[in-house]
Design a protein around this ligand. Sequence first.
Ligand code: AHG
Ligand code: MN
Ligand code: MN
Ligand code: MN
Length: 336
Amino acid sequence: MHSGTTLTQFIIEEQRHIAGATGDFTALLNDVVTAIKTISNAVNKGALIGVMGSLDTENVQGETQKKLDVITNDIMIRNNEWAGHLAGMASEEMDNVYSIPTKYPLGKYLLVFDPLDGSSNVDINISVGTIFSILRAPVPNRAAAKEDFLQPGVKQVCAGYALYGSSTMLVLTTGHGVNGFTLDRDIGEFILTHEDMRIPADTKEFAINASNQRFWEAPVQRYVAECLEGKTGPRERDFNMRWIASMVAEVHRILTRGGIFMYPRDTRDPSKAGKLRLMYEANPMSFIVEQAGGKASTGYERILDVEPTDLHQRVPVILGSKNEVDVVVGYHSAPK
Ligand code: AHG
Ligand code: MN
Ligand code: MN
Ligand code: MN
């Protein structure tokens, strides 16, 4: 593609190759993009418009909501409910499925999102993001129930994230590779800047919240210990470590220069599922990572194959450079 391709142009051209595409999907994506531009503006203005700080409310996971968690959730809803492309929405910040108000038509897609990822970073001016996943509604034009959303990640039609970093970027897959777009604020458009993003198969950089080490299970203990041993250990090279605490920023780093990211199983709660949520964090990110040539696993199975049982269920996440994920997965099946 020539330089200066806008996101809208890119999506229209991509959809031309899909038999039976009606333009609905392109229009839906345009609304998601409008929401993302609006969120980018709010995050960027920050304290100037009074959006920093926390509320007294908690979300369904028991996290104290930031003002921006709620504002960004609202922006996603308002921009996507009216146009008739959706049969329902679900989000980290809403306990139940969001039903499209009866004054609007219903459509054939479902939208699931984490409106503000990394929200613990928002007050300290560190990168945050938005993650979204688009599924097909099992029955088009009918108000979606919770069960309609509980589809494994392999069924996603599209997944993307916006990163509100030193520039605002949107990274996207519809199952034909991964492309990155940078927001040009002067013209208000996302421009294709990172064509066909690929994750290097090897890496010397890992990301994990080491303060949880005492809760990790043996395979992850072994993997991290070996990385820390460096050149003279079994991995025979020195590793670097990063932890931003915004999954979007970690995945973006991995898409750019490789790496492995882990929020693994741990012994803290009975489900041992770690922290990240399947439907609006692990699945969309795993779709993107796989489409860029990387891998995403719970340690025991491919994340995209996990059959969801709940909108807000958590899942262990090990994703990134293919060969490194293979090492960790191998340790999960190694004899004890
Ligand atoms: P969210 O802000 O949407 O609740 O997600 C935060 C997630 C994820 O972005 C990040 O990787 C992880 O939580 C950080 O967790 P710790 O605070 O345990 O490091
Ligand atoms: Mn949260
Ligand atoms: Mn998140
Ligand atoms: Mn969030």
